[in-house]
Design a binder for this molecule. Sequence first.
Ligand code: FAD
Length: 336
Amino acid sequence: MHFQLNEEQQMIQAAAREFAQNEIVPIAAQFDASGEFPLETIRKAGELGFMGVEVPEEYGGAAFDTIGYALVVAEISAADAAHGTIVSVNNSLFGNSLLDFATHEQKQRFLEPVASGQAIGAYALTEPQSGSDVSMMRGRAELSADGSYYTINARKAWISSGPVAKYIVLFVKTDPDAAASSSISVFVIDTDEPGFRCGKTEPKLGIRASATCEIEFSDYRCPVENRIGKEGEGFRIAMSVLDAGRVGIAAQALGIAEAAYGAAIEYSRERQAFGARIGTFQAIQSKFADMKVRIEASRLLVMQAAWQKWNAKRRAHGIRSTVVSQNCTHRRRLCS
Ligand SMILES: Cc1cc2nc3c(=O)[nH]c(=O)nc-3n(C[C@H](O)[C@H](O)[C@H](O)COP(=O)(O)OP(=O)(O)OC[C@H]3O[C@@H](n4cnc5c(N)ncnc54)[C@H](O)[C@@H]3O)c2cc1C
């Protein structure tokens, strides 16, 4: 057992840190105040491969492992939690839905533009009356008589990147009378097609630059070839993607905690009270020690979870080594 990041992982961590500190930190407060989606930095993140970290090069990604992905999310979240959320949704919720369950043609059409950062992806499961209990979902997709398209009517709530997404992985019922585990199917939606509209934007207390809104489908026509997997597989796909996404969520929390710790240390070196810098007081030092222990314990858990997820993925996809593609364009750009 060893605890050292390999050369590849160190490289992507350093590249993500440099990008996050130079490009995101200077604009984070301004975008948090305005709530504007940071399209420009997200495009740059895409050029560096951060919008499809684990996606193979043939589908526009950077072809790194899950540890590389967790490192990217932690570094970006340390600079700004909103950018971290956008990156996480694009990579995990949208990216994994396609990567793990879509056909080669679907990956070429929908994953490639999103993983390369040319388009934004989103994931729509939640409805106003249906959160943790997915079975309460009311959204419907009905197959046309000739079997060539579905008519979708649905209202989804709390959709991260909803106002800017070009493609959305959408979960709706195709057989409402079936058991919850087999009633739902999943489709990729092109938001430029008629029948789609964004509803109200959520005025959040934090991560404000990560735009979150309701989305609505009124007689939206979805070609049958946009269905991912078979009819009725939506619940299994949704749960599998959410499980994998927890590594990204944990990495977000780790990055935010590290940034908070750094800021607290810095402040304790500036702030004077009772004739001394507050960082010299034992009670403050004790708090820092507790914070550091928790952060380091979290780091070990996050990295272990990422390593386990990557090993599971390697087994499922028959990938032999950690390095998927040495000549990946993103990889060359990161190294230069
Ligand atoms: C910032 C933000 C971004 C989001 N982005 C997306 C997105 O991109 N796509 C998407 O589909 N959804 C998104 N969501 C929705 C999110 O996934 C839901 O909020 C989540 O599924 C919980 O649903 P709910 O809010 O309806 O809470 P509920 O399901 O109503 O839960 C309310 C409370 O009850 C508790 N509870 C629920 N069930 C049980 C149980 N069985 N036992 C014990 N306690 C229980 C919960 O822990 C919680 O405390 C987002 C939410 C937020 C806040």
